[in-house]
Design a protein around this ligand. Sequence first.
Ligand code: URA
Length: 282
Amino acid sequence: MNLPGRVNLLTRYAYLATLRGTESDVLNPGSGEESMRMRLQRILARAGLTSRREGEAWIQDGRVSVNGKVVTALGTQADPTVDRIAVDGKMINRLEPNVYFLLNKPTGYVSTCEDDLGRRTVLDLLRPIKYRLFPVGRLDWNTEGVLLLTNDGELAQRLLHPRFHIRRIYLAKVDGLPTSDTLAMMTRQGEASHPRGRRPSVRIHKVGERHAWLEIHLWEGQHHQVRRMCEAVGHPVKRLRRVQFAGLETMGMPPGYYRALAPAEVQALKRLARLDSSPKGA
Ligand code: URA
């Protein structure tokens, strides 16, 4: 999809701002006193070459060398600003900064990187971005709304893990008018399917003549969860929109548009995922 020029320009500025923040973290490590040592698989992922897991396989297969020596031990660390790291004999000369984008996903796209059936994926909407992005979690083909995309695997993993209780808010247009008893039943059923998690909540957002919009808060993602919850009480979903994920919203962004997260938004995500290293109260 071609974005109209104005928004495209805004997106580009926001994007460059994000890169400035993250790239300087990666490429200019302070005074030169700080070490950039990290595990080799992380370096491979940050260079945009592969995922950490696949990087581990590359290391074990003897494809990675540090300063001319093949390394096969998985815990090995190196400093990409000092050490010569190569894959299959080819030097890695650059790390990818972590980048974070918020997309207002339209219906008609799958939220995976590739689709076996050849359908359009959300990555088609972010073609101008030359980083190896992946979506954080999934929205169904016919679900719209907030979707985070990044190349930061560690943050993504934590935001999706039930342990971190990340809130997702959905608006679901359902057939018929659910009673308060039905809403209570949906909450109880949701609770039963998350015995160790936080209680989901359901309330009426607005009503029409033969349908209602429900506001549903969930704290972990399960496949087709909202559709299943509504179907189970006899109110099938006609339209589904995620309006919030981890505090992020797409207000003012038409479907199909995306923007880079501001540094403060990235910090807020890291705080939620307990990856924030800044001192308490700072
Ligand atoms: N629940 C669903 O049923 N579908 C989605 O896309 C997201 C949550």
